[in-house]
Write a protein that binds this ligand. Structure first.
Ligand code: ADP
Ligand code: NI
Length: 207
């Protein structure tokens, strides 16, 4: 468990992020952060790791995301400065910055060092929120914000359906922890059923 100082730091960080990302329009909003935080705590209860690092990394994990427009984003040095201001221990800051700089799906090919247990857990939590019912909801939010169509005859057009089939259906196999894999299986099944039903309703079945 955390000591009183760490508890206060987590509360301060959660409130900062909640205010900053409340209206973020592409699915990196404060409700996403809350879900990832809860999932990370749940996974950590089975897998272990430093709970403070896991929780703090989950809370701040999207502040530096490249997909966020300037209005919502913090630079690496701004985030470090913020953690210092909250008086987070400097070794913990190193672990947290390492986790949030390398966890994105887009960075998976450049990640050439072993992921820490804490990083593995936060990445699993973030990936779990990209699949299942919450994940499907987020795709439509993202597409709405970016004017992306649900589906299209044009094979070069990015669509919701392409994103689901080409990215989200792969995430189940990319989980790091046993607990993450188990949770991902359930969400994956639900997503498959949604995609199958949706394609049938839209007359998009392959045969
Ligand atoms: P990560 O946080 O792992 O880097 P992204 O920032 O790529 O993930 O995606 C954040 C959310 O937006 C996810 O729920 C993802 O499914 C959704 N999303 C990302 N790209 C697209 C896209 N081209 N079309 C629809 N949804 C997308
Ligand atoms: Ni995220």
């Amino acid at each position: 468990m955390h000591d009183a100082k760490q508890q206060k730091q987590l509360e301060t960080a959660a409130s900062f992020v909640s205010n900053r990302l409340k209206f973020e329009p592409t699915g990196h909003d404060s409700a996403h952060i809350d879900r990832v935080h809860r999932l990370a705590v749940n996974i950590a209860s089975h897998e272990g790791g430093s709970l403070f690092v896991i929780e703090m990394a989950a809370i701040v994990h999207d502040l530096m995301d490249e997909k966020l427009s300037e209005e919502w984003k913090l630079s690496k040095s701004q985030l470090e400065h913020q953690l210092l201001q909250w008086e987070v221990d400097s070794l913990d800051i190193c672990y947290i910055m390492d986790i949030v700089s390398t966890m994105s799906f887009r960075h998976r090919h450049v990640q050439n060092k072993p992921i820490t247990l804490e990083g593995a857990i936060v990445q699993d939590a973030d990936r779990l929120d990209a699949i299942g019912a919450s994940g499907l909801a987020r795709v439509f939010t993202y597409a709405g914000a970016k004017n992306e169509p649900h589906y299209s005859n044009d094979p070069h057009q990015g669509t919701v359906l392409n994103h689901m089939e080409e990215k989200l259906l792969k995430l189940k196999e990319m989980m790091n922890t046993t607990t993450g894999s188990q949770l991902a299986s359930e969400r994956h099944k639900f997503m498959c059923l949604f995609i199958k039903t949706w394609k049938e309703e839209c007359g998009l079945t392959d045969e």
